[in-house]
Write a protein that binds this ligand. Structure first.
Ligand code: 4AD
Ligand code: MG
Length: 466
């Protein structure tokens, strides 16, 4: 039977006889005649204090099972709490233990454990205050993304997860195959002895998607404004605090938008979803400000209250070159900026988010629109404190001849992209879009410093447990 959650019980308009709460015991302490337990069901950060009087109900009988981690149901009366910091407590009458828990072996103890340890018990870490708060914020952030675009008239579209083309042209894809790679001799071969992917289940060699953008462009040049929100896979071997092999990306794509419109939308979007989570999850955010990142509220105000700096790549190089001694990779015009340079601009120089645009064409994806100077493209990155790049986007090359030339330069086979080129043949328009890394946005909002800790079950190089 569906019962009110603890979140709902704590919001009750008044005391209630005959209340029932279910959840997991966080802690229990005993005094002479009374015992107190903190019961949490995951619905909110706050636990419900349950008071057991020893002469009441079956209390003495169940006492040994009322331990940290046990799953229980408690029937009793919700009364105004005499204790500070909580409006109500539950006076227990009857206790039912669903599942006991061996306190000696239970990996989640009251004492705070390290993030590294908790990753080894990722199936149980959602029971900790911190990870439960992270997951509730994650759910709210996802909702606020949908609400933002829905309210602005964007259509939510679904792009394929298994694809035949490399949307970034960077060659960082996981192959998706039904072939039995443990038995190479069994693989179908062409006359030349190469693996014959035409015998694949889907009829060709396929991969897990690195972006929904190219299909998104097809849909935006029909529906006007669309967005995707889906899983994304990158086979790059980057073992860093901000790279995952599987992550979620939000990709809006807009017909008739130029780069300036794209940057404006990106800034408004980040500010808006940040405000909305701050408003919806004050208690969970407070946990992170208190225990994880002391500067969190200042950092978030920095996002919501400042106008993001617009900076061309060329101007960025002018700022960075004189302080090259600070960097491992020295900057000069043409060098692809790395996280150390991005963070210097954001954290030390401007002290606020920066939108870096017009980068050299060599450091950019093939689909970005070439500027009239012939050497930069209309691409942009939104850079934020602590994380660096949180959004990458661009105005797309909408001229067929220029796109074909750029693809040839990048040694990209136009045949695979025949349909993408068609979008430039039939009713081509200026259009733009960007991708927001959902986990990086989560790092920004919670202050969590490692991408492994903003998703329930991380997928990173060398790790696919759970
Ligand atoms: O800059 P990226 O590679 O851009 C694209 O994929 C474009 N197709 C987006 C578009 O224009 N529609 O990736 C976009 C964002 C990055 O800014 C970053 O936040 C995130 O996706 N991202 C990653 N997040 C976690 N782990 C990784 N390995 C990531 N790679 C990119
Ligand atoms: Mg990028």
């Amino acid at each position: 039977m569906a019962l009110p959650t603890i979140r709902e019980l704590l919001k009750s308009s008044g005391p209630k006889t005959g209340a029932v709460a279910r959840g997991w015991v966080k802690t229990r302490r005993d005094s002479k005649m009374l015992s107190f337990a903190e019961l949490n069901d995951g619905s909110c950060r706050e636990s419900l204090q349950v008071v057991f009087s020893q002469e009441n109900g079956n209390f003495l009988e169940v006492l040994p099972s009322l331990v940290t981690g046990a799953a229980v149901e408690i029937q009793g009366d919700l009364i105004a709490s005499p204790a500070a910091g909580q409006k109500y407590e539950l006076q227990a009458r009857l206790v039912r233990v669903y599942g006991g828990c061996d306190p000696e072996k239970y990996p989640i103890q009251k004492k705070r454990a390290s993030d590294e340890f908790l990753r080894t018990v990722a199936h149980l870490r959602p029971r900790t205050n911190k990870y439960a708060a992270m997951l509730r914020i994650r759910a709210e952030l996802a909702y606020s993304v949908h609400k933002y675009f829905h309210d602005k008239g964007f259509f939510y579209v679904h792009t394929p997860i298994i694809t035949a083309s490399d949307g970034e042209g960077a060659g960082e894809m996981f192959t998706a195959t039904t072939m039995d790679l443990s038995d190479l001799a069994s693989l179908p071969r062409t006359d030349k002895g190469e693996i014959d992917f035409s015998k694949e289940l889907l009829g060709k060699k396929t991969y897990l998607t690195v972006t929904g953008q190219l299909e998104g462009e097809s849909l935006a040049t029909a529906l006007g404004k669309i967005y995707t929100f889906g899983p994304t896979f990158r086979a790059e071997n980057s073992n860093t605090y901000r790279h995952a092999s599987e992550f979620w990306m939000i990709e809006p794509e807009m017909a008739f938008y130029e780069l300036e419109d794209d940057m404006e939308l990106a800034e408004d979007f980040i500010k808006s979803i940040t405000r909305s989570v701050l408003e919806k999850c004050p208690s969970d955010i407070e946990l992170f400000a208190k225990f994880v990142e002391p500067a969190l509220m200042d950092n978030l105000r920095n996002i919501t209250e400042n106008t993001f700096e617009r900076l061309t790549y060329t101007d960025a190089v002018k700022l960075l070159e004189p302080v090259n001694e600070r960097f491992d990779v020295k900057v000069s015009w043409g060098v692809d900026l790395a996280s150390e340079h991005e963070r210097f601009l954001v954290e030390n120089y401007f002290k606020k988010p920066v939108i870096l645009y017009n980068k050299p064409k060599e450091a950019a994806a093939f689909y970005m629109k070439l500027n009239d100077d012939g050497r930069t493209v209309r691409g942009m990155d939104v850079l934020v404190p602590r994380i660096g790049e949180v959004i990458g986007g661009s105005e797309r090359e909408n001229r067929l001849d220029v796109l074909e030339k750029k693809m040839a330069e990048a040694k990209i086979d136009p045949q695979t992209y025949w349909w993408y080129l068609d979008l430039r043949r039939y009713g081509s328009v200026p259009h733009s879009g960007f991708g927001l890394g959902f986990e990086r946005m989560m790092m920004l909002i919670t202050g969590i410093s490692n991408i492994r800790d903003v998703t329930a079950f991380p997928r990173v190089p060398g790790y696919a447990e759970f």
